[in-house]
Write a protein that binds this ligand. Structure first.
Ligand code: FES
Length: 161
């Protein structure tokens, strides 16, 4: 599974390919929002512009889904490395800095530390579920006797007898 390395928090979180970055972060208990977003956010609709994250690595262009039209509009005055977590789907492992608007003390040291262990690329598809052999269960429709259909009287023949 892809790994999201949250640099500020010093945590690695696994997810399935294609999962929403905001949902993964919230599920893992990552503090995604600053004060404004904590007080009220749009719940992931791309309207409140409070779920900023920074993706510091260059290959992030493939690690996340491309910017959505909402992001192009809402982030037009922000750094190209910023994304809205609610709009981004995770394709491969990547490093993420939450709340980049807050600033990050010891930024360079934290980034260097986060680079110490390489990230796995992770699969690009969900695991396939194991297929169980079909078994006839008691009460199955196939194991029950089927009703016999009776031919209906031909109403168009005009036979009234
Ligand atoms: S949660 Fe509102 S824009 Fe992402």
């Amino acid at each position: 599974m892809p790994v999201i390395r949250f640099v500020r928090e010093g945590r690695d979180v696994e997810c399935y390919p294609g999962e929403n970055l905001r949902e993964v972060a919230l599920r893992a208990g990552i503090q995604l929002y600053g004060l404004k977003g904590t007080l009220g956010n749009c719940g992931g609709c791309g309207q409140c512009i409070t779920c900023f994250v920074e993706v510091p690595d260059e290959p992030s262009a493939v690690a996340l889904s491309p910017r959505t039209p909402v992001e192009e509009q809402k982030l037009r005055r922000r750094s190209q490395s910023w994304r809205l977590a609610c709009q981004a789907l995770v394709n491969q492992s990547l490093r993420v800095i939450t709340r980049p608007q807050v600033g990050l003390g010891d930024r360079e040291a934290l980034l260097a530390s986060s680079m110490a262990t390489p990230l796995p690329l992770g699969p690009t598809a969900w695991p396939q579920p194991e297929v169980e052999p079909e078994t006839a269960l008691e009460g199955d429709a196939e194991s029950q006797p089927q009703p016999q259909l009776q031919p209906e009287a031909d109403a168009t023949s005009g036979d009234v007898s």
